[in-house]
Design a protein around this ligand. Structure first.
Ligand code: CTP
Length: 409
């Protein structure tokens, strides 16, 4: 699957911090996502990790200060800097940040940073006391002012044995921000996309709920796909334990009623709404204030209907004209296309993703989906068995096409 890293040239600067060992994982992940990764190690970084480690995971030469004074020394940094789409310094030590802030160039990484005009991301990693020192803070403020994106640091266990702020963000998290930095300018640039994800929970009493098997995976993949295409993303999520894709604004909700409110508010300003959430259709008519006890016998729980969120969105669209494009999902175990087409019309959608949940490789909990796309103009488009990430890309491509081909949108 293509991600915004595909074919991009990224300089990874590695400096003197114990977190340097995690930089190898980051270099490997970026390479696996299709980037050409040129690693530059400072002298201090080499105390922690070798160039060979990076060469082994990137398949490219890793550079050190010996190259600065080697045969091509006078042009190497210019060549690297000019070719780069993005520069990432992870871990960024207090010393390197101080040098960067003051425009100094006494090693290969620093002269390359001075020569580069691409975006620069830096992930500080150091002891808590060093991080909070006024000198470091002033350097960070200078860098921020100059457009450097600082990622982290996080709080937690530090190499000193203490707990505090100063840990480098984990490679997976850094990768999210790298993905975000490289995705701007895509076909959804300047568009606001709202995605709902996960199942809702309808409380019976303070400890029990009625819920469903939605994992949230398809909705979170849709949010990531929209970010990858340059959109501003609002992700309205039921209670799922998935990490928020970097750059998405996450709104957590529990019940169908909370999701209704959050979706209506966000949809009023949205270009597109993709409702991937599995919203409960019924909720207990009354929520017990105290835990229901066994001694009282088997309780009878009377249910009532929840609001249909997409129907409410359609009514709001009549008044406000937004969202410009509405996409729904139909999870069906029988009469897939017939039921989906009926929902497409009833909920006034532009597109519905009909998902056959009776197949073992599709639907809730698994990583793949079998989807047929049905359009309001009668077209239908069966997609092959796809990972949820791939299905998300296909759907967001259709959303971009609907938004970008109609001059009214
Ligand atoms: N949906 C909604 N509000 C609800 C229930 C569902 O907006 N209260 C949305 C879902 O997010 C999905 C679409 O409607 O995009 C279809 O959901 P689905 O559960 O397949 O259909 P329902 O309308 O709930 O009908 P049924 O469960 O009877 O098949």
């Amino acid at each position: 699957m293509l991600t915004p890293l595909n074919g991009k040239q990224i300089i990874l600067g590695v400096t003197g911090s114990i977190a340097a060992y995690k930089a190898a994982d980051l270099a490997s992940k970026m390479t696996q996502m299709g980037a050409k990764v040129d690693v530059i190690l400072t002298q201090a970084a080499r105390q922690f990790i070798t160039p060979l480690t990076f060469q082994s995971v990137t398949g490219r030469r890793a550079y050190t200060d010996e190259d600065l004074w080697g045969n091509e020394g006078h042009v190497l940094h210019i060549g690297l800097a000019k070719a780069a789409d993005l520069m990432v310094i992870a871990p960024a030590s207090a010393n390197t940040l101080a040098h960067l802030a003051h425009g100094m160039g006494n090693n290969l990484l620093l002269v390359t940073a001075l020569a580069a005009r691409c975006p620069l991301l830096a992930a500080p990693a150091m002891d808590g006391g060093m991080y909070t020192h006024p000198a470091t803070q002033a350097n960070l403020a200078l860098l921020r002012e100059r457009g450097v994106t600082l990622l982290g640091p996080a709080e937690g266990h530090l190499a000193s044995g203490m707990t505090g702020i100063g840990r480098m963000l984990e490679p997976a998290e850094l990768l999210g921000y790298i993905r975000l930095a490289l995705s701007r300018g895509g076909p959804l640039q300047g568009r606001r996309v709202v995605v709902s994800a996960g199942g809702t929970q309808e409380p019976i009493d303070p400890v029990r709920t009625i819920t469903n098997l939605s994992s949230g995976k398809q909705g979170f993949a849709l949010a990531q796909a929209a970010l990858d295409m340059g959109a501003e993303v609002i992700l309205i999520s039921g209670p799922v334990a998935l990490p928020t894709p970097a750059g998405a604004q996450r709104v957590n909700v529990q019940t169908a009623r909370e999701m209704l409110e959050a979706v209506l508010e966000a949809a009023a300003q949205a270009d597109a709404l993709v409702m991937a959430a599995a919203v409960a259709d019924f909720r207990p008519a009354v929520t017990a204030g105290d835990k229901i006890k066994k001694e009282g016998g088997v309780p009878e729980i009377r249910l009532e209907k929840t609001e249909d969120i997409l129907a409410a969105v359609a009514r709001q669209k009549n008044a406000l004209g937004r969202p410009l494009v509405t996409v729904g999902f139909a999870a069906e175990s029988r009469d897939l296309l017939q039921n989906a087409r009926q929902k497409l019309a009833a909920k006034k959608l532009d597109l519905i993703a009909a998902n056959d949940i009776s197949a073992p490789d599709a639907g809730f909990q698994v990583d793949t989906n079998r989807i047929t796309l049905l359009y309001s103009d009668g077209r239908s488009e069966p997609l092959p068995l796809l990972s949820k990430a791939e299905a998300a890309c296909e759907i967001m491509n259709r959303v971009a096409a609907l938004l970008n081909t109609d001059p009214q949108r």
